[in-house]
Design a protein around this ligand. Structure first.
Ligand code: PMP
Length: 453
């Protein structure tokens, strides 16, 4: 794939930014304190501004563009579908919608054979919770601290990071528990087996005190993403599956971020041999070329709504342009071995390079991840594991992470930064040469973090 050289034009960039500042209200931001980069174009693993600066995208646009930017087959599929049928209400049978559903169902684990389409991840989580509550007739839902499930009512309430606080009264019945995370173990465990055993015992105890008969669902990210790419210890997810079965609780795995090749398998659940009752997806299903998400539903839960209507729907559910982009994306991923590429790059390039950086840099406390899904946990002190910036820091408190991000960008690398972590989450199509180039830039930028140890 060739990258179109940007046409430098600072004047246009300034105009684009001025127009943005005049009328666009941005997510998660103090509107007066942000300085959005005007983006002129993108291709493959890169995007660029109007000043001639190209950035190697190690963020995948919120861990989204698994097949990279502007994949020609997906662009063509959207154009062809637009010429044929742009929109049709969800109640009709449409070839491109049923084909997208079939391709997704074929790849999801076990008997998750029915697909409810949404416009993104949060809506998928909302609907999974509603399905679980209607299926079980129970009100409560359990989810983990250190999780992210979306910004709509129930989804933000399930989210376990502090961003939920301002709006977490929107949905009742959510109970948080601690999932496993050995590096910062809530259970003071010394090894993965202990962490797994204690995390499962803690979950059992939470269920006992909440009352199993009141719990509709346990919602977990298979590998928590935004909260730190914390790969669960062997046996944990199988243990949760067994607990759910024993208590008649619906097991929901949220694969909005980890799904569709990101971890080097089609779904992260494939690493653990676990099948949930409901699986939520979005992002990588079509790399966000047109908004799309959904819930993959087990035969048993689908049967609940065979004669009883499902009380939920969206005008754009199964939108033809979104479904066309998903069909083309899934075919391209299979034909071009993109899932395999993520696995190989993770194992042979990203993982070894990050581990070598951890040896060299006093600020790198832990490296974790797999596929194209990695985190560096940055610390002030490797012994105490004190995070490089305080939890949920902003302003001056967050300066070390802001300096690190600025150093990456000066070198032409666009990083993903969250709290005291940087995540290495490039496109799953990234080449070894591109990955090595980005990792070298990251290595240099880490010197700024080392200065705060
Ligand atoms: N679940 C997970 C695991 C996510 O990572 C995200 C988004 N980062 C969401 C849900 C919400 O998805 P969306 O932003 O498309 O609503």
């Amino acid at each position: 794939m060739t990258t179109t050289p940007p046409a430098p034009s600072a004047a246009t960039g300034a105009a684009v930014k001025a127009a943005d500042r005049a009328h666009v209200f941005h997510s998660w931001s103090a509107q007066g304190l942000i300085d959005p980069l005007p983006v002129a174009g993108a291709e493959g693993s890169y995007f660029w501004d109007y000043d001639g600066n190209r950035y190697l995208d190690f963020s995948s646009q919120l861990v989204n563009t698994n097949i990279g930017h502007q994949h020609p087959k997906v662009v063509a599929a959207v154009q062809e579908q637009a010429a044929k049928l742009c929109t049709i209400a969800p109640g009709f049978a449409v070839d491109v919608r049923s084909e997208a559903a079939r391709l997704i169902a074929e790849r999801t684990p076990g008997d998750l054979d029915k697909i409810f389409f949404t416009n993104g991840g949060a809506e998928a989580v909302e609907n999974a919770v509603r399905m679980a509550r209607l299926h079980t007739g129970r009100p409560k839902v359990l989810s983990a601290y250190r999780s992210y499930h979306g910004a709509t009512a129930a989804a933000i309430n399930l989210t376990g990071d502090p961003r939920r606080w301002p709006s977490d009264t929107a949905s009742a019945g959510v109970v948080h528990f601690w999932g496993p995370f050995l590096y910062r173990s809530p259970f003071h465990a010394e090894n993965e087996a202990q962490e797994c055993e204690r995390a499962l015992a803690h979950l059992e105890q939470t269920i006992a005190f909440e009352g199993p008969q009141s719990i509709a669902a346990i919602v977990l990210e298979t590998i928590p993403g935004t909260a730190g790419i914390m790969v669960p210890p062997p046996g944990y997810l199988a243990g949760v599956r067994e607990i759910c079965d024993r208590h008649g609780i619906v097991f929901v795995l949220d694969e909005v971020m980890a799904g569709f090749g990101r971890t080097g398998h089609w779904f992260a659940a494939d690493h653990f041999g676990v099948t949930p009752d409901l699986l939520t997806f979005a992002k990588g299903v079509n790399s966000g070329y047109v908004p799309l998400g959904g819930v993959a539903i087990s035969a048993e839960i689908a049967a609940t709504f065979e004669t009883r209507p499902y009380p939920g729907g969206l005008t754009y559910s199964g939108h033809p342009l979104a479904c066309a982009s998903a069909v083309a994306t899934i075919h391209a991923m299979a034909e071009e071995r993109i899932v395999e590429n993520a696995a190989e790059i993770g194992e042979t390039v990203i993982g070894p390079a990050l581990r070598a950086m951890a040896e060299r840099h006093p600020s790198v406390g832990e490296v974790r991840g797999l596929g194209a899904f990695w985190a560096l946990d940055l610390v002030r002190d490797k012994e105490t594991r004190e995070p490089l910036v305080p939890y949920n820091a902003s302003g001056a408190d967050n300066a070390p992470m802001a300096e690190f991000a600025a150093a990456c960008k000066r070198g032409g690398l666009w990083p993903f930064v969250n709290m005291n972590r940087t995540h290495v989450v490039p496109a799953c199509t990234i080449t070894a040469a591109e990955a090595e180039k980005g990792l070298a830039l990251l290595d240099t930028a880490l010197d700024t973090a080392d200065a705060h140890t």
